[in-house]
Design a protein around this ligand. Structure first.
Ligand code: KIV
Length: 271
């Protein structure tokens, strides 16, 4: 058995234990086999097959167009690569809101066809029935509050959410509700750091922040953003760990030059 196979697998219980011990949780998105293999090997705790695949893999402006079939396809590629991380999959827009039976059917399809470990849903009290019904089937659910990109046409903009008292109060209530009905964790996206810290302290389940400051239990970024594959997207919360747009472009330009100049292949690179 390889060392990777022996590595302790991350479960929802491990994440709760990490919160209890004050150990921060690392989470990144992945949508394909090759990159999922690299980030799992690097030791990331949670891999999110996010509906941000709509943007970075399919080129849509919002996350709304991605379908259940597409997300299942991404998730099964990721699952085939992963030995250790917990794999959470976004329920796409239109496959859980408003009808808990549809929500359960969507979550079951994700779990059965991709063999992922958990699902993520955006929203609080307005999707309580759907969340409860999925949980009742034994499927772990991660919540997502604050800037919920599937509601972008309601918000009208991607600015920071819950700056006003009323929305902040609602967010805290929603976070408590998600914990009470049995969600194992909640993502807090683009909200004031003070509010995220308050929510984190009031919950026993781990909070994972994106643009929510350092007072949360873990951090998540979109892999393509932190690797610098997308060069246009640079919100304040994003730290870039590589400049892969330029690196890949440079490598491809060098390859093109070598082909054109007949430097590639050389004698050692042929049979
Ligand atoms: O789809 C996604 O990538 C997400 C993260 C930004 C949390 O939901």
């Amino acid at each position: 058995m390889s060392i990777q196979k022996e590595a302790k697998k991350i479960t929802t219980h491990v994440l709760q234990e990490m919160k209890r011990k004050g150990e921060k949780i690392s989470m990144l998105t992945a949508y394909d086999y090759s990159l999922a293999q690299i980030i799992d090997d690097a030791g990331v705790d949670v891999i999110l097959v996010g509906d941000s695949a709509a943007n970075v893999m399919h080129g849509y402006e919002t996350t709304l167009p991605i379908t259940l079939d597409q997300i299942i396809d991404h998730a099964s590629s990721v699952i085939r690569a992963v030995n250790r991380a917990l794999v959470v999959v976004d329920l796409p827009f239109g496959f859980y809101q408003g009808n808990s039976k549809v929500a359960l059917e969507s979550a079951i399809r994700i779990m059965k066809e991709s063999e992922a470990h958990a699902v993520k849903l955006e929203g609080g009290k307005q999707i309580k029935d759907s969340t409860e019904r999925i949980l009742s089937a034994g499927i772990p659910v991660m919540g997502h509050l604050g800037l919920t990109p599937q509601s972008i046409y309601k918000f009208g903009t991607y600015v920071v959410r819950a700056k006003e008292q009323e929305e902040a109060k609602q967010l805290l209530e929603d976070a408590k509700l998600l914990e009470a009905i049995g969600c194992f964790s909640v993502v807090l996206e683009k909200i004031p750091a003070k509010l995220a810290t308050k929510a984190t302290r009031s919950l026993n389940i781990p909070t994972i922040g994106i643009g929510a400051g350092g007072g949360v239990d873990g951090q998540v970024l979109v892999l393509h953003d932190m690797l610098g594959i997308n060069k246009e997207f640079s919100p304040r919360f994003l730290r870039r760990y590589a400049n892969m747009y330029e690196d890949i472009k440079g490598a491809v330009s060098a390859y093109i030059d070598d082909v054109k100049s007949q430097d590639f292949p050389n004698e050692k690179e042929q049979y």
